[in-house]
Each structure stands twice: as structure tokens, then as C-alpha cells.
Design a protein around this ligand. Structure first.
Ligand SMILES: NC(=O)c1ccc[n+]([C@@H]2O[C@H](COP(=O)([O-])OP(=O)(O)OC[C@H]3O[C@@H](n4cnc5c(N)ncnc54)[C@H](OP(=O)(O)O)[C@@H]3O)[C@@H](O)[C@H]2O)c1
Length: 267
């Protein structure tokens, strides 16, 4: 792989994706920044240039728009001749048990978090496979490993992302230079909570403790890009929650899940 590395980051306008863009910019990458808000992406592009990005292209694209994602990937390859790193961080949340969640919000969460990841993979993996080299990182969640009350659509979407990553890993096993990685952040201090879908859920939620900064979560993501030995979970506390879920599910359901719901509420 030659420098600068050509890196496509989705969800680059905010939170973990924005911090990943900053981190890669500091390593001199050529960046393609994807999210829906063009004005915010322009701000991130400026931040990335200041941090040392070799070049920055802004792609105001919805990850659920198959044709637009395909066109962005094609334009990137046309301009740079290749694609080295793809980080899919685009995502959103809705709060509510299943019977409290509207069909529209349920569908949107699945479309963005799961189908968006599948779309990004569908259009970028063929490029990496053709090159026989490159890394795709899917940002999942601790909530792709456990169940909790009050976030059903999100939990379902993130279990799906974990399954997708595992499937793609198998499908790319024939090409050792092509890596599919998966990162599961715990609780990260980003705007995702206050931007939650649905009137009833907006502004009433926060990242439950223990939290980490988007910068730390981004470093965990970029460790996968580097191909160093890596941890799928970004925090030790994730392992404790998963162990409780797997080993003592009855206790988990009575204690941990409800505690999570309580700690996620503001005020
Ligand atoms: N924060 C946490 O505690 C946490 C924990 C575990 C996992 N995660 C995961 O980490 C990822 C990033 O989340 P975050 O916390 O950084 O959230 P965030 O700050 O709200 O950022 C989400 C990003 O996704 C973009 N996005 C949303 N819908 C999109 C769409 N349809 N098409 C394209 N881009 C879209 C947003 O940009 P636009 O609005 O401009 O499109 C934004 O850039 C998500 O997959 C999330 O599930 C977060």
C-alpha cells in the first residue's frame, strides 16, 4: 500500500466518524467524507486539512441511497486510482420498546444502520477485492451483543451489523490482503443521543456511564485500519456486560437491562 492512503469515512459529520476523519487526517490520508449535511461536512473538511490530510473530498450522500453510494465510490476510484480504507460509522438511534416504536422509525433505523452498512460494503468490497488489498471497518455497538429494554430497533440493527461483518469476513477469507473489521463501542459522548428519532425520545437521553470520548473510540477504530492486533470491544466494561448477558441471563434481564435504561435518561 502506498501513501497517502485513500480513506472513505461515512458518518463523518459527527461523533465517532468525525473523530476517525480527524485521526486519519493526522496520518496524512486522502479523505472522502460522507454524511447527509453538506455544510457540516465542509467544516470537518477544513478541520481535516488543518490536521494534515493529503486531500479532502466532501460527499453529501445518504447511505441508504444505493446509487449515490455507488457513484461516490466510483468517483473516488476514478480520482485516486484505488481505495485503501473504508470506515462505516453512519448511524442513528430511536428509543422505545417495540410496541412504542413507529413502523417508520423502526424502518429508518434498520435502513440506515444495517442496510446502509450493507450498501457501503456492497460497493466498496469489490474495489478492495480487485486490488487484493484494503480494509473495511464496520462500526457496530455493544448493543449488537446484548439486549436492553427501550432500544429495540437499534439493538436489532446492531445485531445485524455484527452478523454482516462476520459473514463478510468469511467471504473475504480467500484474499488475506482484504480485511473486514468490526468495532463495538460502548457508550460514547456524541450527539447521537440528542438526535434520536421520534418526538418523545428527543433530548431526554444521554450516554449511560461509563462513557468514553469520540476520540478514544476513533483510536480503537483506526487500530483496525492499521492492521495491528485489535480488540473488537472498545472498553473492558463491554466484556462485563456481555458476560452477564451470556452467563447469567436471568440476572441480566432483571438488573443490568433496567439499570441501562435508567442510566440512559437525563434528569
Ligand atoms: N455514541 C455511542 O454511544 C455509540 C455507541 C456504540 C455505537 N455507536 C455507533 O457509532 C456510529 C457513530 O455514531 P455517533 O455516536 O458518532 O453518532 P453521531 O455523532 O450522531 O454521528 C452519526 C453520523 O451518521 C451520519 N448519518 C446518520 N444518518 C445517515 C444517513 N442516512 N446517511 C449518511 N449518514 C448518516 C450523521 O450525519 P448526517 O446527519 O450529516 O447525515 C453523522 O455523521 C453509529 O453507527 C452508532 O450506532 C455509537
Amino acid at each position: 500500500m502506498t501513501d497517502p492512503r485513500i480513506c472513505l469515512v461515512t458518518g463523518a459529520s459527527s461523533g465517532i466518524g468525525r473523530a476517525v476523519a480527524h485521526e486519519l487526517a493526522g496520518r496524512g490520508a486522502a479523505l472522502v467524507l460522507m454524511a447527509r449535511r453538506a455544510d457540516v461536512l465542509e467544516d470537518v473538511a477544513t478541520e481535516c486539512r488543518i490536521r494534515g490530510a493529503a486531500s479532502v473530498t466532501v460527499a453529501p450522500v445518504d447511505v441508504t441511497d444505493d446509487e449515490a453510494v455507488a457513484a461516490t465510490v466510483a468517483a473516488t476510484v476514478a480520482e485516486h486510482g484505488r481505495l485503501d480504507v473504508v470506515v462505516n460509522s453512519a448511524g442513528l438511534v430511536t428509543y422505545g420498546d417495540h410496541l412504542e416504536t413507529s413502523a417508520a422509525d423502526f424502518r429508518t433505523v434498520i435502513e440506515v444502520n444495517l442496510l446502509g452498512a450493507a450498501t457501503v460494503a456492497r460497493h466498496t468490497l469489490p474495489v478492495l477485492r480487485e486490488q487484493r488489498e484494503g480494509t473495511l471497518v464496520l462500526v457496530g455497538s455493544l448493543l449488537g451483543h446484548v439486549a436492553i429494554p427501550g432500544m429495540t430497533a437499534y439493538v436489532v440493527s446492531k445485531w445485524g451489523v455484527r452478523a454482516l461483518a462476520r459473514q463478510l469476513k468469511i467471504e473475504c477469507a480467500d484474499l488475506p490482503g482484504v480485511r473486514v473489521a468490526y468495532v463495538a463501542p460502548g457508550s460514547v459522548e456524541t450527539p447521537i443521543y440528542e438526535r434520536a428519532l421520534g418526538d418523545a425520545s428527543a433530548n431526554g437521553h444521554r450516554p449511560p456511564p461509563p462513557t468514553m470520548s469520540p476520540e478514544r473510540a476513533a483510536q480503537a477504530v483506526v487500530r483496525h485500519v492499521d492492521g495491528r492486533r485489535h480488540e473488537m470491544q472498545t472498553a473492558f466494561s463491554n466484556h462485563a456486560v456481555i458476560a452477564a448477558f451470556d452467563v447469567v441471563p436471568a440476572v441480566y434481564d432483571r438488573v443490568v437491562g433496567p439499570a441501562f435504561r435508567l442510566l440512559s435518561r437525563r434528569g
